[in-house]
Design a protein around this ligand. Sequence first.
Ligand code: CP3
Length: 341
Amino acid sequence: MADNRKVMRVLNGETVYPPPVWLMRQAGRYLPEYRETRKQAGGFLDLCYSPDLATEVTLQPIRRYGFDAAILFSDILVIPDALDRDVRFEEGRGPLMTPIDAGGIAGLDGSKLLTHLAPVLETVSRLRSVLPEETTLLGFCGAPWTVATYMIAGHGTPDQAPARLFAYREPEAFSALLDLLADLSADYLCAQIEAGADAVQIFDSWAGVLGETEFEQFCIRPVRKIIDRVRQRHPQARIIAFAKGAGSLLADYRQKTGADAIGLDWSVPLSFARQLQDQGPVQGNLDPMRVVAGGRALDEGIDAILAALGQGPLIFNLGHGITPQADPDHVAHLVERIRAA
Ligand code: CP3
């Protein structure tokens, strides 16, 4: 029987039109019901580790918009949290943790990973049992480079200068960190698949700050390692890799990492996206600011993507996460416009 999960069909290489749609960060602060549940939870990590509340916020955008995929509600920084890196989320400041050094890297102990993340895995299995059958459930993790940038700086930065500097000064410690994160991320993704995730996405949100050689070593190599390890246990696993800002380096990213689909940010020209789609499925790439603006800006952005990429395997998405200023009605309009195409 044909798979009724449209996102899975596209990940298997089929063209589905109108394309399936979901949005990165679709559960989040632009939704009043999210802000309400978030208040109940107390801290952000408490929300991530509460199967009841994390299931609820994952379902909120599905109920409202009927997206074709639900993405597990959690965060990429639960891995450093499982490594006892003192992760905090402070109102208005984003994530914070104690910056790690070479000695700290040597002392990392990943043995508690899956016991620490058991509540997140419980959320995955609850979600698969309550979601409509046709809704694809996506698990995810951060790519080693992106997770490492936060572990090294201890906070968000505009250009990840602390991690770039550390990588040049301490190449051995840095490479050990990427290796450990790749191993743990693979185990974590396998556990999500075993708990019921239909497919997974690897977020390399900071790929765009690296030169060519570093992109090869810090982004492609560890992501390839994750994908190889996941496929050893789950040969059929479907994997989306999103390397934000990688530009022309995306030309052979799919082939070099082994990802099934590649995520595109809004700076990727649609003509180039079209070439990337000749190699397989693509996901993206509407500028999240068009969803804030609404009106013509939103319609024209949607139409351009459908015109350029609608004839091949496409999962419609934003080029990065939806922002807190987005108007929930604009999101409803986006979904209607795509479905009416
Ligand atoms: O997409 C979804 O709806 C699923 C949940 C999800 C979150 N974070 C929830 C979240 C996912 C997939 C992520 C991934 C993530 N987290 C990334 C990669 C993707 C990206 O956006 O670049 C990164 C770099 C992080 C790290 C992180 N978490 C940052 C930098 C911040 C602070 C920035 C902000 O938006 O506040 C977070 C916090 C966070 N993660 C929030 C949400 C909904 C907001 C926190 C809150 O509700 O107070």
